[in-house]
Design a protein around this ligand. Sequence first.
Ligand code: FE
Length: 336
Amino acid sequence: MNTGKFFLALGVFLLPFHATAGEEVNVYSYRQPFLVQPLFDVFTEQTGIKVNTVFARQGLVERLKQEGANSPADVILTVDISRLAESAEAGVTQAVRSRKLRRNIPQAYRDPRRHWFGLTTRGRIIVASRERVQPGEITRYEDLALPKWRGRICTRSGKHIYMVALTASAIARHGRDGARRWLAGLKNNLARKPQGNDRAQVKAIRDGVCDVAVINTYYMGKMLADPKQVSWAESVFMIFPNQAGRGVHVNVSGMAMTRSAPNRANALRLMEFLSGDAAQQIYAEQNHEYPVKRSTPRSGLVASWGEFKADDLALARIAELRGEASRLADEVGYDN
Ligand code: FE
């Protein structure tokens, strides 16, 4: 069926897209236009397939549920394993079989059931004050719970998906009780009630509120690129934790094909394109992230942060443990 005419008939579903007679693919994206538009432009140039995009900060999965079989969306782009798993669990995605995706994306970063695929990775690292913390003083996530850091740590909410995934990785390594003790110890060391985003924690270090924080790697790049935030970034040094053990906890941005995808073949082409070298390099560089494809070079800045060992725990396992991790945050009163 001509999908353009189909949407015209439905009227309301047409609104976000410029339906054309030619080939197209429709993307619902939680990722911002500046990140994905450059990629879509290259894709269209190479394939002649037009990419129509709807951007939103939230609610796209709910929208897909409401639209059901009539949804115009083919591909979802989002960040964090929680959101990817949520989409799959909501029943709005479908399994995708592709040798290219399997070859380009390491196993730990894709769904064993083939519903979601990582595209970029980011480490959740420790940063510490250049003035008040010595190199080597803190080297592991476990150290965050040591009494010596009492009143010296800042983090965002323990219920935020980035923190929940980190706690889930602790459950995977230390069991529920071990992870609970760790989280309670970390909570005990907080300089203030959890608030703000990752960058706000670095600002708090600059302002002398705390000495240590936990943030995603790409925020260092974002702060350095923002004249108002350079001094925040420059007040800290980066610590890639647990290098003698499990490695750095990593998460992904990723993609899924919608269950109702009207342009399935084009959606697959777009997904495969996004996992390839050219797209990987552009996508990772735009947001100071790591390409998920191992052979793709990192941006100059990201490469300057050095090599590190990443935790090889499958993200699917993090997804399974995220409910329990979120409950632990409640149990230890992390945000209180
Ligand atoms: Fe983020």
